[in-house]
Design a protein around this ligand. Structure first.
Ligand code: SF4
Ligand code: SF4
Length: 153
């Protein structure tokens, strides 16, 4: 089985970060700009990519957990770099070593689901909704689907 460093190199290669020309389009379309009052360049797709390219310990960076995995930056990139795949791959690597505090678990199955900053944003937008709506959103898609099927059986 590949070691941690080898896995990181593979994730970075498959995300295409070597092709980045620093144009900033990914950051211009990234929803995190609007979502977080503490948004910073370090949190942005360009910031994460730059950190990975300079060999810093990006997998240990808390900024990794703000991304929504929306893929908008990937679609906008003229170089075919995937910010989504980079973040997703690095998150999987971290999760394989144990659940970090930045990741919530699904209350239905106990599996990792939804990074804490993303859930905080979503629940903040829905703060006036009744608890059952918010609790439903805390379930992972598989558990939600099971719930729908049970309800409609
Ligand atoms: S859009 Fe692509 S090339 Fe431009 S900064 Fe982002 S990753 Fe780099
Ligand atoms: S995948 Fe993540 S980093 Fe890329 S645009 Fe979406 S939220 Fe931003």
């Amino acid at each position: 089985m590949a070691g941690r460093d080898e896995r990181i190199r593979r994730i970075e290669k498959e995300s295409g970060i070597d092709r980045c020309v620093e144009c900033g389009r990914c950051t211009a379309v990234c929803p995190m700009v609007e979502m977080y009052v503490n948004f910073s360049i370090a949190m942005s797709p360009r910031g994460i990519i730059k950190k990975a390219l300079t060999g810093e310990a990006v997998a240990a960076d808390r900024n990794l957990w703000y991304c929504t995995e929306c893929n908008a930056g990937t679609d906008a990139c003229p170089q075919g770099v995937s910010c989504r795949d980079l973040v997703r791959g690095l998150r999987r690597l971290v999760l394989d070593a144990g659940k970090p505090e930045e990741m919530n678990v699904c209350p239905g199955c106990g599996g990792p689901f939804l990074a804490v900053p993303v859930e905080d944003f979503v629940l903040g937008r829905l703060k006036d909704e009744p608890p059952n709506v918010k609790n439903w959103l805390k379930l992972c898609p598989a558990c939600r689907r099971e719930g729908y099927l049970r309800r409609n059986a």
